[in-house]
Write a protein that binds this ligand. Structure first.
Ligand SMILES: Nc1ncnc2c1ncn2[C@@H]1O[C@H](COP(=O)(O)OP(=O)(O)OP(=O)(O)O)[C@@H](O)[C@H]1O
Ligand SMILES: [Mg+2]
Length: 340
């Protein structure tokens, strides 16, 4: 069968890989709507509970898609293809998005585009305002991944370095939890850190003598755990802001040091950020300073395009392989290459 060619017109995209239920309508690089319903149900557990996430996605996905179409002022008849995150992610959560996308595409016999979540975090940079054209170096730091992506075209990226253990976001969330902050910890840790000193505690900037481009955050996390143990409950309470500021500085310090190292090749004229940790204020400021010193262009995506959203999936889907009706009806994210 010939490859399906999505007609011109807006893409409807769905993202349910973790705990945000998202749908968007995107036309080219223009976002017509971008609806994100963040599940609050996980807060009391201090982390995402996969089964709870799947069940909430089932409740939310219908209204979220409807709102995305309404806000865009577009009905399903005008949609040219349906894109969906097919991995990596929580399998039960992915299944909800994939099943919904298949049903919507099937209803109009539209092409269906399974899309990589990490390509989505990179492709957020292709969206308006001010789309960034490759080549550029993208630091992707999220809840499950941390990597340096060499982006030479809109078709994908090369992984130049990645974390050997925890993702930056995971280390941030676990650290925030040790300091008694809620989940997700990133925004709360950043707020608390504003009241403290980044020099108060000497947490190691891991991998600083490593000549490669890989990352490691588990040692920094352990250092915080031992410091908290030694300080005791009262000591942690008295030093919470300093602990937050010093811990955040060690994580941001490593991200920026590795980015700096990767830029020494001189290959990259521009820098971009992706993933939830890209919303971090001190990281954005440090990367801005680095790019200014090196005379490089910098694209900082708006905060709502850093954490999970479906507009980035629509952007990535434009260079992903569409599947024709009815071939995709048997598409199964369980069999996708992201599952090892
Ligand atoms: N202002 C912030 N400062 C630091 N970290 C932040 C900030 N805002 C969000 N984060 C972190 O971003 C992470 C969530 O990012 P994202 O939604 O991209 O991750 P994910 O989708 O769960 O993981 P992945 O994209 O790897 O599958 C969380 O760890 C959260 O704490
Ligand atoms: Mg993500």
């Amino acid at each position: 069968m010939a490859e399906p060619v999505p007609g011109s017109g807006p893409v409807l995209a769905i993202e349910t890989s973790c705990d945000d239920t998202c749908a968007a309508v995107v036309d080219g690089d223009r976002i017509l709507s971008n609806v994100i319903s963040s599940q609050r149900a996980h807060e009391r557990f201090g982390g995402v509970v996969p089964e709870v996430a799947s069940r909430r996605h089932i409740e939310l996905i219908g209204p979220v898609v409807e709102t995305a179409l309404d806000e865009a002022g577009v009905d399903l008849d005008r949609i040219s293809s349906v894109a969906v995150t097919s991995g990596p992610g929580l399998i039960g959560a992915l299944l909800v998005g994939v099943s919904t996308a298949k049903a919507l595409a099937d209803a109009r016999r539209l092409p269906f585009v399974p899309t990589d979540h990490l390509e989505g975090h990179v492709a957020a940079n292709f969206l308006e305002p001010d789309p960034l054209e490759p080549p550029f170096l993208c630091l992707v730091a999220s809840g499950g991944h941390t990597l340096l992506a060499g982006v030479r075209s809109r078709d994908g990226f090369e992984v130049l370095g990645e974390t050997l253990d925890d993702a930056a976001g995971e280390a941030i969330d676990k650290g925030a939890r040790m300091l008694g902050l809620g989940f997700p910890g990133g925004p709360a840790l950043q707020r608390l850190a504003e009241e403290g000193s980044p020099d108060a505690f000497d947490f190691p900037v891991a991998m600083s003598r490593d000549p490669g481009l890989d990352f490691s955050f588990s040692g920094t996390k352990t250092a915080l755990a031992y410091t908290c143990r030694d300080l005791g409950e009262g000591g942690v309470e008295r030093n919470r802001a300093d602990l937050a500021a010093s811990y955040q500085a060690a994580i941001v310090g490593q991200l920026v040091a590795k980015l700096d190292r990767a830029l020494r090749s001189g290959e990259w004229p521009a820098v971009a950020l992706g993933g939830g940790v890209a919303a971090n204020g001190p990281l954005r400021e440090a990367v801005s300073r680095l790019c200014e010193e090196r005379g490089l262009d910098l694209k900082l995506v708006p905060l709502e395009l850093c954490t999970d959203n479906a507009a980035m999936i629509a952007a990535a889907s434009q260079s992903s392989r569409p599947l024709a009706w009815p071939d995709y009806l048997g598409f199964d994210p369980l069999a996708s290459p992201w599952r090892s």
